[in-house]
Design a protein around this ligand. Structure first.
Ligand code: TXA
Ligand code: MG
Length: 312
C-alpha cells in the first residue's frame, strides 16, 4: 500500500501498473475508486478479491466520454442526451452492452448491460487516457463499508493489498454517482440515487420510471437480473456423465473447460461468466461444475453458481 501524490509521474506509473493487470486507487470527484483495466478479466477478478465481496456486483467502467461509450454500449438518444448534459461528471449510465465490447464479462457480472461513467476529476481522466483502456472501479472500500472520500480512508480499507493509491485530496462531491439505466426502448430508470438529483435528470429527459415498472437491467438484489444459463447446473460434481458437459477446477479431465488448472480462485473468477456462457452456447442441457473451495473469492464464485443453479 503506497500513497503517492497524484502528479504526472505518479499517474504514469499507475497507468503502467494498470496495463500490467495491477490495481490502482484512483481519485474521482465522487469517491475514491479501486481501479483495474476493465478489459483484463484477471485484473477485474482482483478487485473482487481485494474488496472481499461475497458476490459479484457489476462494476462501473470509467471512460473518457460519449465516443468511448459508443464502443461498449448501445446508447438510445435518451441516454445520449443524459451523457451530453452530465458527462464528464457524477452520472453512471447502464445501457445494453455491445457484444464486441472488450470489457470483461466479469466486470458486468455476466449481465448483457454495461455501466459507464466519464468522471470529471482530472486525475481520473488522465489515468484513463494514459492506461488506454476503460477502468473498472467500484468504490475503494471493503464490501459493506463506507465509500472512501480521502486517500487515507482507502488505505485503511485496503491495508494489506499491494496497491498504488493516487492521492488528490478529499473528493469534492463525496457521494457516489447517480446510476440510471436506459434500455433500447429509451425507458430510463433510476437504479441508485447519487450526487446528481432525480430532479436534475428529469429536467433533461422527463419523468424517470419507477424501479420495478420495467424490464430494463437493474442492480442485482433489486431485480432478477443476472445472466442465467439455459442449461441446468449440477454443482460439486466430481465428474460428468455422458449427457453433461464438465466445468473443471484444478486437476480435471484434459478435454474439459477448466476455470483454473492451477487451482487459482482469482483466475477461476476471471473465467467464470465467459465459460458458463460458452458451455451454454454449445447447447449442453446440463453443466456439471467441479467443487470450488469456499474461501476468499471462492465464496463469490459459489454464491453465483448456486444462484445460477437455482434460477429457473
Ligand atoms: O461514484 C461512483 O459511482 C463510484 C466511483 C468510483 O465512480 N463507484 C461506485 O461503484 O460507487 P460501486 O461498484 O460501488 O457501485 C456501482 C453501482 C452498483 O449499485 C451496481 O449494482 C450498479 O452500479 N451497476 C453497475 N453495473 C450495472 C449493471 N450492468 N446493471 C445494473 N446496475 C449496475
Ligand atoms: Mg460501493
Amino acid at each position: 500500500m503506497t500513497i503517492v501524490a497524484a502528479d504526472t509521474a505518479a499517474i504514469s506509473a499507475a497507468a503502467t501498473a494498470l496495463r500490467n493487470g495491477d490495481l490502482v486507487v484512483m481519485p474521482t470527484e465522487t469517491v475514491y475508486g479501486l481501479a483495474a483495466d476493465a478489459t483484463n478479466a484477471m485484473a477485474v477478478a482482483r478487485i473482487y478479491a481485494a474488496k472481499g465481496r461475497p458476490s459479484f456486483n457489476p462494476l462501473i467502467s470509467h471512460i473518457s466520454g460519449v465516443e468511448d461509450a459508443d464502443r461498449h454500449a448501445r446508447l438510445h438518444p435518451v441516454a445520449r442526451k443524459l451523457a451530453e448534459r452530465f458527462w464528464p461528471g457524477a452520472l453512471t449510465l447502464v445501457a445494453p452492452r455491445r457484444p464486441d465490447s472488450p470489457i470483461a464479462e466479469l466486470a458486468c457480472a455476466g449481465l448483457t448491460s454495461v455501466a459507464l461513467r466519464a468522471p470529471a476529476h482530472p486525475v481520473a481522466r488522465a489515468l484513463i487516457e494514459a492506461a488506454g483502456a476503460p477502468l473498472a472501479a467500484p468504490s475503494a472500500n471493503r464490501s459493506g463499508k463506507l465509500s472512501p472520500t480521502q486517500a487515507k480512508h482507502a488505505a485503511e480499507e485496503l491495508g494489506d493489498e499491494d496497491i498504488i493509491i493516487l492521492d488528490a485530496g478529499p473528493c469534492t462531491l463525496g457521494l457516489e454517482s447517480t446510476v440510471v439505466a436506459v434500455g433500447d426502448d429509451g425507458a430510463a430508470t433510476l437504479l441508485r440515487p447519487g450526487a446528481i438529483s432525480r430532479a436534475d435528470i428529469e429536467a433533461v429527459i422527463g419523468p424517470l420510471r419507477r424501479l420495478g415498472a420495467t424490464a430494463v437491467p437493474a442492480s442485482p438484489g433489486l431485480l432478477e437480473s443476472h445472466y442465467a444459463p439455459r442449461a441446468r447446473l449440477r454443482l460439486n460434481a466430481a465428474t460428468s456423465s455422458v449427457d453433461e458437459v464438465y466445468l473443471a477446477f484444478g486437476l480435471g479431465p484434459s478435454g474439459a473447460l477448466n476455470l483454473s488448472r492451477r487451482g487459482d480462485l482469482v483466475e477461476a473468477a476471471a473465467n467464470l461468466f465467459a465459460y458458463l456462457r460458452k458451455l451454454d452456447a454449445a447447447g449442453a442441457p446440463v453443466i456439471a461444475v467441479a467443487p470450488i473451495p469456499d474461501e476468499g473469492i471462492g465464496e463469490a464464485i459459489n454464491d453465483r453458481l448456486s444462484r445460477a443453479a437455482a434460477d429457473r
